[in-house]
Write a protein that binds this ligand. Sequence first.
Ligand code: KG4
Ligand code: ZN
Length: 341
Amino acid sequence: MLILAIESSCDETCAAITQNGGVLSNVVSSQIQLHAEYGGIVPELATREHLKNLVPIARTALREAHVVPSQLDAVAATQGPGLPNALMIGFKAAQVLAFVLRKPFFGINHHEAHLYSPWISGEPPVAEFDSFQPNVSLVVSGGHTMLVHVESILRHRLLGSTVDDAAGECFDKVAKLIGLPYPGGPEIDRLAAMGNNKAHVFPRPMLLESNDDFSFSGLKTSVRYFLRDHPEVLNNGQQLRDLCASVQAAIVEVLVAKTIRAAKRVGVDCVTASGGVTCNRALRQELASACEQERLYLRLAQKSLCTDNAAMVGILAERKLLSDLPSTPIDADITSSWSLH
Ligand code: KG4
Ligand code: ZN
């Protein structure tokens, strides 16, 4: 079963061809450099870039997979959540293609797609659903932080999410306070690797609360106050690295502790993680050691599939098609604030 999938919910224009659980091509055009100039995502610029890049990216995905449109069995695209105009470009283009080809169309929830990206691995990537286990999944990106109980393939329940800033947002905002370029997560990761993560103790928001929600805006504020009181840190390389390591340790500890606690409470033997922040080396290490200690099976999305991509959209669409779930109407609209609830 051949599927062309498109993802354009935020600042990456992505197209992928998937076939029978395998990823034949997965092309991503990132807009990071464009938005870096403004210190964050500018929706209007994102829209224009999607308009410019979508057709060339889709063409590249088809060419790399040695597939022509008439061979496709279905077309899929992210329906939401995301930036409305950005979503609309990929979604409407995919609908038109499905209409012209007279093939089924699947509008996919971006976060639901993230839930399955940890099961896609290897080079070329293949979905390993034979080893699927019910799990608690941590989805951590620039805009979202959530814990989801994935009871079985295509069946999930949102356990909790952030009440204010997402973890990625916290990395990015702290990086901005320090004067690091956007996106700040990878920069903090890089500097933290050479720092002492016990140099400073920053708050671990909601760590001890018994719910599965997160809050990171207070942590960002405490870094702002710290810098107000210790401005000299910004001019000292090692002190800056220690600060990055200490902030990162606070974010990672909350994410890991709440994920493990949710997994044990829900009674699953497996934990998964995806989303851009899952590229963070400390998060990957700490999740691995916590899962080993608690005898939980851990599936981390491979780095190329942590960030936004269309492969996860195509793989999920194929599962829906194989499960005889209804396709999405060809005139359906985007759902820009589509929650996993
Ligand atoms: O999933 P993603 O690519 O885009 C969204 O849908 O938001 O995630 C982007 C986020 C940004 O906040 C970025 O700073 C963060 O992921 N990120 C990282 C790392 N790589 C990306 N955060 C911490 N450490 C990293 N290595
Ligand atoms: Zn995402």
